[in-house]
Design a protein around this ligand. Structure first.
Ligand SMILES: [Zn+2]
Length: 155
């Protein structure tokens, strides 16, 4: 099964970010109309994630999954059970979906708090948007949310 590639809009951003943290490739096109979302899916060979049950007739060939927003944990569990991630957990940027690079803490000097640099052996860096990631309380909380949703440990 090839890794899943999704595209969605800001209405499902909460779910999209958690899928990205889990290692899924999820492009978020903010402010896109439904037709634009299907256009992006066709152009990028992606599956649409949407809350809408409407399927624009011109895009009958484009794969789409309807997701309920009221239970993101159930949506995540269902998607994860049926689709392969593009990489391991915490390997993609939640801001822009780009794969993260491992970097030495020295390279983050001036951009990341000193207490983080002193405690870190390696950091993750997004070369597309310039965001740094490190294992902190935020990641611990996210991991706990993901493990609760999936009912299994997240690597
Ligand atoms: Zn980024």
């Amino acid at each position: 099964m090839p890794p899943a590639r999704f595209v969605t809009d800001a209405s499902l951003e909460f779910l999209a970010r958690r899928l990205i943290f889990l290692g899924y490739d999820v492009a978020v096109v903010r402010g896109a109309r439904l037709e634009e979302l299907f256009e992006a899916a066709r152009a990028g060979d992606r599956t649409v994630l949407t809350m809408s049950r409407r399927r624009p007739r011109a895009f009958a060939d484009v794969a789409a999954i309807t997701v309920a927003r009221d239970d993101p944990a159930a949506a995540l569990r269902a998607l994860a059970a049926a689709h392969e991630p593009a990489g391991p957990p915490f390997s993609r940027c939640a801001e822009c979906d780009a794969p993260l690079q491992r970097r030495h803490p020295m390279e983050a000097r001036g951009e990341v708090p000193g207490r983080v640099l002193r405690g870190a052996r390696a950091l993750s860096y997004c070369a597309t948007c310039g965001k740094w990631y490190w294992a902190g309380t935020h990641v611990a909380r996210l991991r706990a949310w993901l493990e609760q949703a999936l009912g299994r440990p997240v690597g």
